[in-house]
Design a binder for this molecule. Structure first.
Ligand code: AOF
Ligand code: ZN
Length: 336
């Protein structure tokens, strides 16, 4: 007896997420995209967007096809692009040429140059198009790209580390090693997933941090360092080629976006973090909590200055994990 295992469209879309994630940290300012091509119930090609400037996911999957893609269905987590004034040729046009018969999409592309036009172009050539499958999950996967396209500014991920009572140092300033080794190692993974690591001038002057990725066998790009300093008065060695210095948050947001630097890891200090938070400019928080108490000393967030309890910013969609002795919590502030 031959048994045929039916794979649902949602399962193929889930597979596109897995493929897309292989580009994490390398595709910015482009989104994470994966594609699966299925013909007669069999996967004949898979691909993903590996890096900015490289083939888009659909083209990569087509290049990997074990047979002609004519008559096949392509599953892709983002609407195929159709604009031409850019690095790579448009995917929708290529799918038409390859005689793909059906396109199943998770999210429409919020890029105003695409946004529904890719779907229209495919449909105008008689291709069946479905979209919106697992849309919420797809939004989470591409939260950085989607927010930066919609709000025309970079996505800010605030990384913090504190004791359970939210303190980061003793009143005398002693602050080394609040969290464990495993947490500190994970910070390097976070850095590898962002284009820019940002700190305030106070943190920079005090710790003179390298802010680079130090992971065994890491050969990916090193993030830019961005320093916010109202006075611009920084030590000489801060001026190396991958360092950007800004005198205000507003200048930083504008210039980073113009430079296509859209994924920013903000590493403190507490006053800068509070100023960003007060302006509604923090999009995701990741905090390492060491199961200990200090009872006194600076808090992980300063400068927030709320007028009532109801104003306090609330994280949603919390996820927790552990790194050695520490708990790691991450969540998002409500989307705009
Ligand atoms: C797709 N598939 O895999 C990706 C898409 O500069 P380019 O040529 O890489 O184009 C970038 C734009 O294309 C990007 O802003 C987004 O709208 C879309 N990304 N589209 O069909 C992909 N990465
Ligand atoms: Zn494309």
């Amino acid at each position: 007896m031959i048994s045929v295992i039916q794979v649902s469209p949602e399962q193929y879309i889930r597979r596109t997420f897995e493929l897309a994630l292989k580009g994490l940290g390398k595709t910015w300012p482009n989104p994470l995209v994966g594609a699966v091509i299925v013909k007669n119930g069999k996967v004949i090609g898979e691909g993903f967007h590996l890096q900015y400037g490289h083939d888009h996911a659909e083209l990569c999957a087509l290049k990997n096809c074990s047979e002609s893609a004519a008559g096949a269905t392509i599953y892709v987590n983002l609407e195929p692009c159709c604009h031409t004034n850019k690095q790579t040729p448009p995917c929708a046009q290529r799918l038409i040429e390859e005689k793909i018969s059906k396109v199943v999409i998770c999210n429409l592309d919020p890029n105003p140059l695409v946004n529904g036009k890719g779907v229209e172009l495919l449909r105008s050539h008689g291709i069946e198009v479905q979209h919106g499958l697992l849309a919420e999950e797809g939004e989470k996967l591409n939260e950085v790209f989607f927010l930066s396209q919609r709000l025309r500014r970079p996505f800010i991920y605030l990384k913090m580390a504190s004791t359970l009572d939210g303190r980061i140092a003793l009143p005398n300033g002693e602050s080394q090693w609040i969290t464990g080794e495993e947490s500190r190692a994970h910070v390097h993974t976070l850095r590898s997933q962002h284009q820019v690591v940002m700190v305030g001038a106070e943190t920079f002057r005090k710790d003179n941090p390298k802010l680079n990725v130090r992971l065994p066998c890491y050969d990916g790009p090193q993030p830019y360092r961005a320093i916010i300093s109202a006075s611009g008065n920084l030590p000489k060695d801060s001026q190396h080629e991958k360092t950007l210095i800004y005198t205000s948050i507003e200048d930083a947001m504008k210039d980073l976006f113009e430079r296509k630097l859209i994924s920013i890891l903000l590493e403190g200090g507490p006053r800068l973090a509070g100023s960003f938070m007060a302006k509604g400019l923090i999009d995701r928080v990741g905090i390492f909590l060491n199961p200990s108490f200090l009872g006194a000393g600076p808090s992980v967030i300063e400068n927030l200055e709320l007028k009532s309890l109801s104003e306090r910013p609330f994280l949603e969609d919390l996820q927790s994990s552990t790194y050695g002795p520490d708990i790691f919590l991450t969540g998002r502030f409500k989307k705009a």
